[in-house]
Every structure is written in structure tokens, then in C-alpha cells.
Design a protein around this ligand. Structure first.
Ligand SMILES: Cc1cc2nc3c(=O)[nH]c(=O)nc-3n(C[C@H](O)[C@H](O)[C@H](O)COP(=O)(O)OP(=O)(O)OC[C@H]3O[C@@H](n4cnc5c(N)ncnc54)[C@H](O)[C@@H]3O)c2cc1C
Length: 474
């Protein structure tokens, strides 16, 4: 009997995987295939590679429990699909859609190569073309987009994982995952990732359970404080498809129905998933989102060039404790709290006047949840060049943000132990602390902790002047 290839991509799970379920229902032998395509115009970054290795191993283990296995192949996607198709006499390819330009281009090629191809939605609550404004155009503002999505009613319930997956009589050759060198060795910088995360479907489900039990009720009140664990931290699992948004949606709604006190926390949480949907909507309708200003007026903006400043920002050595704590959290764990992302992004594009693309690229390389839509939309939101973005003149003050969202300094102390002994009231601007306090805390500004690389107040004025010039020039 000819077989079906299920081409896995950022949908590394068995449950609520529409392509896999449809293939399983055919009764034909299934070849689960993952292709590591290094010819991709935008290869994934180092932290994402680490995650991918874990998710692929977890997926293979789950497949083996069902009498199947994951075939790994490296090369140009269309060539590998053809090759494997010939090897196993496959008659069809099934996959779940992705929405960035590179992925869509690849899908179009596969669709012309394979007479029998079937594509599904496994990544979103609602596909980007399915929602339009009353005038029939794409959405540019979040709130009406979200209301339109809610008006469609509940998303379809998630699909159960197939109990058995028919195996072919002969398996095609598979690479060994270690040969792909997805995990760093020399140097091995992934210790912090290993101690923070467990990639894979089972871990995603367990994390969601924990979040629903412990944190969803207070989510709306606590989600802005980077020093406390109060958000779901499901973003890397979502980025690789260890879990689907429909699964999250339905489990959150079920929890809220059983615990009415959690209703408002659940609504506020699902609204964040709405931002993910909105980012995909934007990316689909403006595929250049990771590269070009969504708002073309920003093409006239004059960014600075300053490699030393970018490097200080990347390494968490700007002299602003909240910015540095966040950048070190990112470097160590591959993740950063949302509030902290907004603050470090504002610092880069406004205080330092450096292009948002430089920050987007660093995040792309270092985040375990690097996502083509969310990352680009997040950066453009902060830069003011995006859809429904923060206005450029709203410049985050890295000191007052820190006092407001990390009042006890828990976050700063965690990531900047060199400032740990400073009393709370000096933690947010250590350079202003009296000499005896610094001495008692063992802090020498400029030596044990950097002096601020820029003064926020004049930097803010400079940013606003650059914005005013841009407006004059267009
Ligand atoms: C500059 C910048 C860059 C970002 N880059 C990414 C990225 O590469 N990948 C990524 O997944 N998110 C990104 N975000 C969005 C957000 O910071 C993360 O999704 C969130 O911090 C992940 O933590 P969580 O899973 O605990 O979120 P929760 O608060 O538990 O939210 C649940 C889910 O909703 C989605 N979500 C939450 N906030 C947002 C948001 N503002 N925009 C879009 N989706 C959201 C995520 O999928 C998240 O996992 C970025 C934000 C900014 C400001």
C-alpha cells in the first residue's frame, strides 16, 4: 500500500495535529518526516536550535509509543520530500501551514510538485485571511481584530492524539539527531537553558496545567512583574508547536468555568493569545514584517550606528539595572519577561537610537521562543513603526519602570548579583548611591558594575528630536 508523508514543521506534537490526524484516518502507512532545511532564507537561531533538538526527541519518543518513528533528513525541503517520496512510494504529503514568507514559498513549490497534498491549520485559532474588517480589508488595530475573532465563537475543540499510527513495511533512512549539531558543544552555553526548560509535548501540557492551577486567577494583576513567575511561559512550546493555541484556549476556558473567580484572569490571558493571532495576521498581510517598517513613514528615520552600544546592550552592560537584568536573563535562559522585553527594546531604539532590526536579530538568535510574527511585531510595536504600535514619543523610562515593576528589586538581584547587597532604594540607580553605601555593598561603579552608557533624559530628548525630524522630512 502506498504511504503518506506527514511533514512536521513547527507542529511538533501528536495531539491537536490536524495533518497527522487526517493522515491517520486514511488508514495508510504514515511516514512522519522532519526536514532540517539549512537553505532556508532565515535559519533559526542558536537558542531555537537547542529547543528544536529537545522537541524532536520528545516527538520521536511519542511516535515510537504508537508504533511509528520520526524520520530526520537534512537538505532543501522540496528535494528531500521528492527523495523520501520515491524511497517509500508515497502518494501524498500532509502538513500544517506556516505563515512567514519563506514557509509559504516552500509550501507553494510542494503544492505544485505533489498532486496529492493536503494543508491544515494547526498553528492558529483563526487563519490570517479568515478575518476581515466590515470593509473587507485586513485589520490594522488590535481591539477590533480581537472582537471579530471572539465573535466567531469558540474555536473547534482540539483533536486527540491518534492511538496508533500505521507503519510502512520498510522505513526510509533517517539522520541521527546528534549529526545535526543543534546543541552547542564548544563552548556549551546551554546550561541555563537545560535547567530552565523541558521541550516537548508532555512538558508543554504539564506547564499549562501548573499555570492553570497556580497562576491564571491572578494573571491580570501579576503579569507585568518580571520578578515573579506569573505568566504561562508557554511561548517556546507555542513557537515549536509542542502545544496548540486551541488546546490552551479550551483548557483555560474549562478551568474558568469550574472556577468562576478565575474568569477575568482567563479572559486577560486569552487576550494575550489574541496578540499572537494579530501578529500572524500582520505577518501574513505584510510578509516583510521582520525586515521592513510596517509604517513606511519610518523609512525616513535616521538611526545611529554604534557597535559598542549594541554590544553593551546585548551583554547586559548598559549600567541600567533593569535593562541589564533582562538581557542577562535572556542570555542565560533564552527567555525574557514581556514587560522586560518592552523596556530593553525601548532602550535600544529610543535611548540608544539604534534600529529595531538589530534588536530583532539578537532576539531571533537568543530566544527559545523566537517567532517570526511575534518577534517582528513586538519590535515594531515598541519602535512605533508597527500596526497599532506604541507611539514613538512614548519613551519608557528605564528607572521609573524598574521602580514600578520591580519595586523590591527581586528581578535585579536575581540577575545582577553584583548589586545584590545594595538597599532597595538605591538598586534602581546605583550610580547615585552615596559612597559609603556603595562601599558597604561592595559596588564600585565603573568596575564591578558599569556606569550608565547614556543619560536617559537627554537621550529621550534626542529621540524625540529625531522623531520630529522624520515627521518634517515626509
Ligand atoms: C520586543 C518584543 C519581542 C518579542 N518577541 C517574541 C518572540 O520572538 N516570540 C514570542 O512568542 N513572543 C514574543 N514577544 C511577545 C511576548 O513578550 C512573549 O510572547 C511573552 O513574554 C511570552 O511569555 P509567556 O509565554 O509567559 O506569555 P503569557 O503572558 O503567558 O502569554 C501567553 C501566550 O500569549 C502570546 N503572547 C503574550 N504576549 C504577547 C505579545 N505581546 N505579542 C504576541 N503574543 C503574545 C504568547 O504566545 C504567549 O506564550 C515579544 C515582545 C516584545 C515586546
Amino acid at each position: 500500500m502506498s504511504s503518506i508523508i506527514v511533514w512536521f514543521r513547527r507542529d511538533l506534537r501528536l495531539s491537536d495535529n490536524p495533518a497527522l490526524t487526517a493522515a491517520a484516518m486514511s488508514g495508510q502507512p504514515i511516514i512522519p518526516l522532519y526536514i532540517h532545511d539549512e537553505t532556508d532564507a532565515r535559519p533559526i537561531g542558536g537558542a531555537s536550535k537547542w529547543w528544536l533538538a529537545g522537541s524532536l526527541q520528545a516527538l520521536d519518543a511519542e511516535l515510537r509509543r504508537r508504533g511509528s518513528r520520526l524520520i530526520l533528513r537534512r537538505g532543501a525541503t522540496e528535494k528531500i520530500l521528492e527523495e523520501v517520496g520515491r524511497e517509500v512510494d508515497a502518494e501524498a504529503v500532509y502538513w500544517n501551514r506556516l505563515y512567514d514568507r519563506e514557509a509559504r514559498d516552500t509550501e507553494s513549490i510542494i503544492a505544485t510538485q505533489w498532486k496529492n497534498h493536503y494543508a491544515f491549520n494547526g498553528a492558529l485559532l483563526c487563519e490570517p485571511w479568515a478575518l476581515t474588517t466590515k470593509a473587507g480589508s485586513d485589520f490594522r488595530v488590535f481591539t477590533p481584530f480581537w472582537e471579530a475573532l471572539l465573535q466567531r465563537g469558540e474555536p473547534a475543540p482540539p483533536l486527540a492524539a491518534p492511538a496508533r499510527l500505521p507503519a510502512p513495511t520498510r522505513w526510509p533512512r533517517s539522520d541521527a539527531i546528534k549529526d545535526w549539531k543543534l546543541r552547542p558543544t564548544a563552548p556549551d552555553w546551554a546550561a541555563g537553558l537545560r535547567s530552565t526548560w523541558t521541550p516537548g509535548e508532555a512538558a508543554a501540557s504539564a506547564r499549562l496545567d501548573d499555570f492553570l492551577q497556580e497562576d491564571i486567577g491572578a494573571y491580570g494583576r501579576r503579569r507585568d512583574f518580571p520578578g515573579i513567575v506569573s505568566t504561562s511561559r508557554l511561548s517556546p512550546h507555542l513557537a515549536f508547536g509542542d502545544i496548540s493555541p486551541r488546546q490552551i484556549w479550551h483548557r483555560a476556558r474549562t478551568r474558568a468555568a469550574a472556577h468562576p473567580a478565575h474568569e477575568s484572569g482567563a479572559a486577560s490571558y486569552l487576550r494575550q493569545l489574541g496578540w499572537r493571532e494579530f501578529s500572524y495576521h500582520l505577518l501574513y498581510h505584510f510578509p516583510d514584517l521582520p525586515r521592513r517598517n510596517w509604517n513606511a513613514r519610518f523609512d525616513a528615520f535616521s538611526w545611529r550606528k554604534d557597535e559598542a552600544a549594541i554590544e553593551a546592550w546585548r551583554r547586559g552592560r548598559t549600567g541600567y539595572p533593569l535593562v541589564d537584568a533582562a538581557m542577562r536573563e535572556l542570555w542565560t535562559t533564552g527567555w525574557m519577561h514581556n514587560r522586560a522585553r518592552m523596556i530593553v527594546a525601548s532602550f535600544l531604539v529610543k535611548d540608544l537610537l539604534l534600529p529595531w532590526q538589530a534588536g530583532e536579530a539578537w532576539f531571533w538568535d537568543t530566544l527559545v521562543d523566537a517567532d517570526p510574527a511575534n518577534n517582528a511585531a513586538g519590535w515594531q510595536w515598541v519602535a512605533g513603526s508597527g500596526a497599532d504600535a506604541a507611539p514613538y514619543f512614548r519613551v519608557f523610562n528605564p528607572i521609573t519602570q524598574c521602580m514600578k515593576f520591580d519595586p523590591s528589586g527581586a528581578y535585579i538581584r536575581r540577575w545582577l548579583p553584583e548589586l545584590g547587597a545594595l538597599p532597595d532604594q538605591h538598586l534602581h540607580r546605583p550610580w547615585d548611591a552615596p559612597a559609603d553605601i556603595l562601599q558597604q555593598a561592595g559596588v564600585v561603579i565603573g568596575e564591578t558594575y558599569p556606569r550608565p552608557i547614556i543619560d536617559h533624559t537627554p537621550a529621550r530628548d534626542r529621540a524625540l528630536a529625531a522623531y520630529a525630524r522624520m515627521k518634517r522630512n515626509i
